[in-house]
Write a protein that binds this ligand. Structure first.
Ligand code: ADP
Ligand code: ADP
Length: 229
């Protein structure tokens, strides 16, 4: 479980140029919080603070009550899975791309992650071993397939906390729908932060926070906000 809280968080990339101001968020363990807002509102910045690409200027971020500034970087990052908008893959096998960073994973675990992400069709054992199974290479995949590889990576990592940063924004609407279904499966049981431009693309979320120019301007349950939209 991972109960995430932002308490009075402020941050700017450059001194005197605040990007996020007074951000309060409370995401109970296992729930999904959508952070919605226009381009430049600070949504990705918020996610970067949680992953500690950067440290906050003011306030604090806690996971299960622990200030993340005091958690070891590798421990923190092991607990967080990120599915970005555009997944960059290596020009290597799908299996390699799924297992990258988790080289200790067993074949069975990698295969299970691939199945979970509905790319099992790409995984094929060859006599010479997985590494030499070329078949589909990462770079040859479509946008949707790349996102499935990112999802499989996340399944293999099995983190309690998930950040979906416009994970389906670059896809056509049919593919988007399919990937959303797969995403719903990996969200189950994990604390999830979904980042999106538009409220209407949020299929389900326990709470929605609307960010504008670095401030929370609205928050509420899904239906409430949709009704006001
Ligand atoms: P969103 O994800 O909502 O589109 P971002 O968090 O990416 O917004 O960006 C918020 C603001 O921070 C924007 O004005 C953007 O130009 C600025 N910004 C983002 N990344 C950097 C960076 N690495 N250095 C300086 N400014 C940045
Ligand atoms: P190596 O086994 O030589 O380290 P990789 O670095 O490609 O090869 O793979 C790392 C791990 O990922 C391996 O332990 C293997 O279990 C798993 N793996 C890699 N590719 C596949 C694949 N195509 N299908 C299933 N598992 C794979």
């Amino acid at each position: 479980d991972a109960h995430v809280r932002f308490e009075g968080v402020a941050f700017g990339y450059d001194a005197g140029m605040p990007i996020l101001k007074g951000i309060d968020l409370d995401v109970p363990a296992g729930t999904t919080c959508a952070v919605v807002g226009p381009s430049g509102a600070g949504k990705s910045t918020l996610a970067r603070l949680l992953y500690r690409f950067y440290d906050v200027d003011q306030g604090r971020i806690t996971i299960d009550g622990q200030d993340i500034a005091r958690v070891r970087q590798d421990t923190l990052r092991a607990a967080i899975g990120i599915v970005p908008q555009d997944t960059v893959l290596f020009n290597d096998t799908i299996g390699y791309n799924i297992a990258y960073g988790r080289e200790g994973a067993s074949e069975a675990e990698v295969a299970a992650a691939a199945r979970g992400a509905a790319i099992a069709g790409f995984i094929e054992r060859q006599p010479e071993g997985y590494r030499t199974r070329v078949g589909e290479r990462g770079l040859k995949l479509s946008g949707g397939e790349k996102q499935r590889v990112a999802i499989a990576r996340t399944l293999l990592k099995d983190p309690p906390l998930l950040i979906l940063d416009e994970a389906t924004s670059a896809l056509d609407s049919r593919t988007e729908g399919e990937i959303m279904e797969t995403l719903a499966a990996i969200e189950r049981g994990r604390t999830t932060i979904v980042i999106a431009h538009r409220l209407s693309t949020i299929v389900h979320a326990d709470q929605i926070v609307v960010l504008e120019a670095g401030r929370v301007v609205e928050r509420g349950a899904h239906a409430e906000l949709l009704a006001r939209d």
